[in-house]
Design a protein around this ligand. Sequence first.
Ligand code: HPA
Length: 275
Amino acid sequence: MATDLVEAAARVRGLAARAPQVGVVLGSGLGAFGDSLSGLLKLPYSDIPHMPRSSVVGHAGNLCLGQVGDATVACLQGRVHLYEGHELDRVTFGVRLLAELGCRAVLLTNAAGGIQAGLVPGDLMLVVDHLNLMGRNPLTGPNDDTAGPRFPDMTRAYDEQICALAHDAAGALGVKLRQGVYAGLLGPSYETPAEIRMLRTLGADAVGMSTVPEVLVLRHRGVRVGAMSCITNLGAGLSPTPLDHSEVEATARMTRATFTALLGKWVEAVARLVS
Ligand code: HPA
């Protein structure tokens, strides 16, 4: 086990009241869920040894520990991205920490551009599979045999039971939940309209610049995964307006109440599933 991870986990364990059952990663503009936890302990990333910090507006940089109902949760409020110039071991440090702290499942969230016909800004899309178009994989290099196998299976990377629980939670709350394939691109430029057409042909329903490396690392470790995209804008060329990060953040914030409620119900159900 990498010593940086051991040191980070030791610091968090020394402060946390209980070991988390479920981890959550909150994407651009989606950080509010972390503040909604009861018994909240909020650790700035600067208090956690070796924890990388994001330079992106809308990514706060706190580890939030607390409860949703009976579920004990560890929540990354903000993540770092490959396009910021971080190496993949840094990009995935946060989710490896969640696994090290004992999370048996991690729910990842992100802001994404909509490609699937009918998706509109503000929609929530359950991710059921992905396309890794980042040109990189965090599992390259010598395999950590203590973490997982050299050639991890990705047939059902997005856990079917966890996906079913998301639909149950959405149904119970009367929230419309779409589902589809997420394409992970390097960024930081948004796509061209031609790239969006290419992605549609390839089978992508939404596009973003995160999540895929985290899923690969978590599945390698045998941690169960679910993921949800907040569709913050239509893919380039699908709407007449140019893309802008402030629009991405504003749409994500607009969905805050619905998103927080749905995520809370989903987390509670997933905690019951894995405990
Ligand atoms: N493309 C890539 N990443 C994104 C987008 C997009 O349209 N919206 C939010 N993140």
